[in-house]
Write a protein that binds this ligand. Structure first.
Ligand code: MOS
Length: 732
């Protein structure tokens, strides 16, 4: 079978297996290791003679390093060396993109950019020397741009321009023209970035924390100028990535450079502040939404234009309009993203790049249009589902938006909502409800996985696929168990080592469906061999609990194997299905908030999310992904904002005390509805990606609930009290 996924695999193989483990809410096999602290994370390996490295960040926001006074610290206790090798200072390639940007390595682009590594026998000694290290700079901060609003913008890349949006806005009976702002986000993964590098001759082994091992190996090799075949990355457990570990970060290259020079292993662990200051931010955005509809609520005009920022030579631009492109109808369209260049750390992928911030603004605008046009907000959304992807004319693979809106509304009790704001008051609190659609593009990525069926019936699954807290170990084991008729406790899964076949990695929500499809293909090949041994056609083979049956034949699996081990490597590559169909995951959010009439503080009281993402591979881990996404949504709605000082560009809130992710107290019990469906276009598993869907639009539902509660339309995310207070109605 070709690895390229050109035609939908409508056999829906997993539906015909008998083991009954696929989709079940099974526990993560590695869970006990994690909760008992026995699962080693990147910094936790004990290597003999391991030295400790501490990175030093630039003290100026823009300029040039002119001198590093190494001699002044070299005699400090335990100091082994001060490194400022060009390889480790260059910005590492991000997002599995391959090459790092061309760059003069004495150039300082932002405050906190790593400019040196101090290595010592102990972490304390390295920290002391790093603090004492004097570095001279040529400071050109005066000529740098720190304010994205003040810097010029570049022309948009590949804008969508269809029909005449201006005319539609002018002529339509109803329209809204709104400006939204969203603040920058930190990925805020719990595990700080860390690496331990050890060379054996010319062979490097790097323990690190990564999302995409198969891409991180060539990134690291290119940074070091070595053959990728001589670089091994080990990353079996990852304490969250959220985009910040898609590419390698400075710690990995710096550890490898120093370890090579010193001839002994070196560990580099970023402090929380260094993670915030040097590893990927989500750009702040300024978004103009123009929506125009006819008397019946049909959209005739749709404009979504965004301004985002990045460093001067970075390619990434937060793809704010990604879901706007396909979600709603409207013949006259303008979608564009423009980049402005500022002296802030690299902007890149953070938790659903594009949709996370684009959908919340679009969905808030849809709510305002619904009110302007006098149409129920759910009805407005349903009325505007295009038959074909606008502008592309291709069909949708599957789309559960209507089901999500209907089932979510019923579960949430949407019928109890008052259409007009300021109708419900409980003591000091205004109460309101809001709805928003969820949408996120779906992707299949190249992946390989190896499956071994041992003579005693044990199954091994292997791939460099990572598990970033998402459940890869669980679901890959379930797929193999289901396909090979094996009890789940007979299956082991090994991941996160570049010596294993290259999986898709964890990014863009594509890990499970992509690497899972490779596992499925490997199992199909094993089944083909087993069916020929049994003497039946492959479609007739039933495997269950170690028994093989087909036609009028049967045997034990162990008997069929006859002492042999069967080993197959499965592959999947994106193909025509990715181009012939518009693929996305869909859902709906319903939220009830209380807004304090005196302080404008918002509290989430209830939230329901209904999500359709193809086959559910594990109902527990999938639900957890949705919960996590909704929690991000609450953060985006109410608390999360990177705050840069506009005078010198430094990041003011560079830790979890100042950067507020939602904590337990901010998150009420969340209700998640999984909408089972089969999307054979998306993958041979009929599964799509669920990792990021839960944030895509969530903050829009909160904004709409705030308006419904107190009559104030929020246009700034996060919707902190200060952004609402001066517009609040008389509390008495
Ligand atoms: Mo995701 S932000 O593509 O890890």
């Amino acid at each position: 079978m070709s690895a390229t996924y050109d035609a939908p695999d409508r056999r829906n193989l997993l539906d015909h297996m008998r083991q009954g483990v696929i989709g079940k809410p099974l526990d993560r096999p590695e869970g006990p290791l994690k909760v008992t602290g026995r699962a080693p994370y990147a910094a936790e390996y004990d290597l003999p003679r391991c030295a400790e490295g501490v990175l030093v960040g630039a003290r100026v926001s823009n300029g040039r390093v002119t001198a590093i006074h190494r001699d002044e610290v070299s005699a400090m206790p335990g100091v082994l060396g001060v490194f400022a090798d060009p390889a480790m200072l260059r910005r590492p390639a991000q997002g599995g993109a391959g090459k790092a940007p061309a760059q003069d390595v004495t150039q300082v682009d932002y405050k906190g950019q790593p400019v040196a590594l101090v290595v010592a026998e102990t972490f304390e000694q390295a920290t002391a020397a790093a603090k004492a290290l004097r570095i001279d700079y040529e400071d050109s901060s005066d000529s740098a741009h720190f304010d994205p609003d003040a810097a010029g913008v570049e022309p948009p890349k590949k804008p969508t321009d269809l029909g005449d949006l201006e005319a539609a806005m002018r002529d339509a009976p109803h329209h809204v023209d709104l400006i939204f702002r969203t603040e920058g986000h930190a990925s805020a993964a719990m595990e700080p970035h860390a690496a331990i590098a050890a060379w054996d001759g010319g062979e490097l082994t790097l323990h690190g924390s990564f999302q995409m091992v198969a891409y991180n190996v060539p990134e690291l090799a290119a940074s070091l100028g070595v053959d990728p075949a001589r670089v091994r990355i080990v990353s079996p457990y990852v304490g969250g990535g959220f985009g910040s570990k898609l590419g390698i970060s400075h710690d990995a290259v710096a550890a490898a450079v120093a370890a090579r020079e010193l001839g002994r292993p070196v560990r580099v662990v970023l402090t929380r502040q260094q993670v915030f200051e040097s590893v990927i931010r989500r750009s702040e955005t300024r978004q103009r939404l123009r929506l125009a509809c006819d008397e019946t609520g049909r959209l005739v005009g749709l404009g979504h234009e965004a301004r985002v920022s990045n460093l001067p030579d970075e390619k990434f631009a937060e793809p704010v309009t990604q879901a706007t492109k396909f979600l709603y109808a409207g013949d006259n369209r303008r979608l564009a993203v423009q980049v402005t260049r500022v002296a802030r750390l690299t902007a890149g992928s953070v938790r659903a790049p594009g949709e996370a911030v684009g959908m919340q603004a679009l969905e808030a605008a849809m709510d305002e249009l619904a009110e302007t046009a006098g149409i129920d907000p759910i009805a407005l959304r349903k009325r505007n589902l295009p038959d074909k992807a606008p502008g592309e004319g291709i069909p949708f693979s599957s789309r559960t938006l209507v089901e999500a809106l209907d089932r979510g509304a019923a579960a949430f009790g949407w019928d109890r909502r008052h259409a007009r704001p300021c109708q419900t008051r409980e003591g000091e609190w205004w109460i309101g409800m809001g709805v928003a659609s969820a949408a996120r593009v779906n992707m299949l990525a190249p992946a390989e996985a190896r499956v071994r069926l041992h003579p005693d019936g044990r199954v091994e699954v292997e791939s460099d696929q990572t598990d970033i807290g998402t459940g890869s170990y669980a679901i890959l084991g379930q797929i193999a168990a289901e396909m090979l008729g094996s009890p789940i406790d007979r299956v082991t899964v090994a991941l996160g080592d570049s010596r294993l076949p290259p999986g898709a990695g964890s990014g863009g929500s594509f890990g499970a469906a992509s690497t899972g499809s490779a596992v499925l293909r490997a199992c199909e090949a094993i089944r083909a061999e087993l069916s020929s041994r049994l003497g039946v056609a492959a479609e007739e083979l039933t495997l269950q609990d170690g028994l093989a049956r087909g036609g009028n034949r049967s045997d034990t699996l162990v008997g069929l194997l006859g002492g042999d081990m069967l080993e197959e490597t499965g592959r999947i590559e994106p193909g025509r299905t990715g181009k012939d169909y518009s693929q996305a995951t869909y859902g709906a959010f319903f939220c009830e908030v209380a807004v304090n009439a005196f302080t404008a503080e918002t509290r989430i009281r209830r939230m329901t999310g209904a999500f359709g993402f193809g086959r559910v591979l594990n109902a527990k881990t999938a639900r957890s992904q949705c919960l996590g996404g909704m929690v991000w949504g609450i953060g985006s709605a109410l608390t999360e904002a990177l705050q840069f000082d506009l005078r010198d560009g430094h990041l003011v809130n560079h830790d979890l005390a100042g950067y507020h992710v939602p904590v337990h107290r901010d998150v009420p019990a969340l209700d998640v509805i999984l909408l089972e469906e089969r999307d054979a276009v998306a993958s041979p598993l009929q599964a799509k990606g669920v990792g990021e869907l839960g944030i895509c639009g969530a903050a829009g539902a909160v904004a709409n609930a705030i308006y419904n509660a107190c009559g104030v339309r929020p246009y700034r995310f996060p919707m902190t009290p200060d952004t609402l207070l001066d517009q609040m109605p008389d509390p008495f």
